[in-house]
Design a protein around this ligand. Structure first.
Ligand code: PSU
Ligand code: MN
Length: 305
């Protein structure tokens, strides 16, 4: 397209040949997990995608270039530099690109890149959403507005209860975003398979999900589709235990006056510390689980096109 966008040869070739591509975000690498687990996870994710016959496209801003299909050394850099890497959502893209900086793309930033490149499926851990008390603070992630306007299937494990899950679902409804439970009637809560909130639709196969997304596009209904995939039971955390730690993390954030784009990374880090790495293991496993489903959806979508 232009000097600001780079699509790797491998990804471009797959797209040209209607081969399945699965996009991956990089805020989860730089801001969502500690080093070195962040790099190990990101590289394992790419291997899983390849083993399932798809092409991985990790997205980040590398020296000012929005890159779709990062190299291994770029993933290592994003992981090593950690939270010193700029977290890039939609509003951050222009400056980080113009300044030729390194940036880790959020769900919103990654979706935007997917759409530029023509990638239809994207797997991550959790999305941003409406924070607790957002009815007064207005802290609602740009991820939700991106889901409204950008054509990508986003596979995640629901929303963490650092957010107000009910309000997040309301915001998605307002924005016309279909929320599809994969083999579940309930919105998963990231570390646990249930939140107590119902999803709009339950679909039990990747084929049905691909068909729904294809129909959406054929109708000219622009915007994303959110697929929520519950964490597998064997990796789920005890609800009371994780809720208690989330409450403690929220209290701490409040006390320290953490605000803006720091809120989500602060809470993720605090929870990981409080739970001694147990939540990190759950987080890693649910990402793998989402990546596997995203590969199936990407495969099915190629068959429809
Ligand atoms: N939730 C998680 N893990 C994450 C994020 C959210 O469980 O890594 C990251 C994602 O990149 C998401 C971003 O897009 O945080 C949302 O940040 P904010 O709330 O500032 O929009
Ligand atoms: Mn926010």
């Amino acid at each position: 397209m232009n000097k600001y966008l780079k699509i790797s040869n491998e990804v471009q070739r797959a797209l040209n040949n209607n081969r399945p591509v699965v996009a991956l975000e990089s805020t989860i690498i730089s801001h969502g997990m500690p080093y070195p687990q962040n790099v190990q996870t990101a590289l394992t994710v790419e291997k899983i995608v390849r083993d399932l016959g798809c092409v991985p496209a990790t997205v980040a801003v590398i020296d000012g270039v929005l890159t779709v299909g990062c190299l291994q050394e770029e993933i290592e850099l994003l992981g090593k530099r950690g939270t010193s890497v700029t977290k890039v959502s939609r509003r951050d893209l222009p400056v980080v690109v113009a300044k030729k900086q390194l940036g880790a793309t959020t769900v919103a930033g990654t979706m935007y890149a997917c759409n530029l490149a023509g990638v239809s499926v994207f797997a991550t851990g959790g999305i941003g959403g409406a924070h607790r008390k957002s009815e007064t603070t207005m802290d609602i992630s740009a991820d939700l507005d991106e889901l409204q306007q950008t054509d990508v299937v986003v596979v995640c494990a629901g929303a963490k209860s650092i957010l107000d899950i009910g309000l997040t679902l309301e915001c998605l409804e307002t924005r016309g975003v279909p929320v599809i439970g994969y083999k579940t009637d309930e919105m998963p809560a990231f570390y646990t398979p249930c939140s107590g909130f119902k999803v709009d639709y339950r679909l039990d196969s990747a084929k049905e999900i691909a068909e729904a997304y294809h129909a959406k596009q054929q109708l000219g209904l622009h915007g994303g589709m959110l697929v929520v995939n519950p964490i597998p039971a064997e990796f789920a955390m005890d609800k009371e235990y994780i809720d208690k730690n989330i409450e403690a993390a929220l209290l701490e954030a409040d006390k320290l006056g953490i605000g803006g784009k720091q809120v989500t990374p602060f809470l993720l880090d605090k929870i990981q510390r409080l739970t001694g790495g147990q939540s990190l293991e759950s987080n890693i496993q649910l990402v793998y689980n989402n990546v596997r489903l995203a590969c199936e959806i990407a495969n099915q979508l190629c068959k429809l096109r």
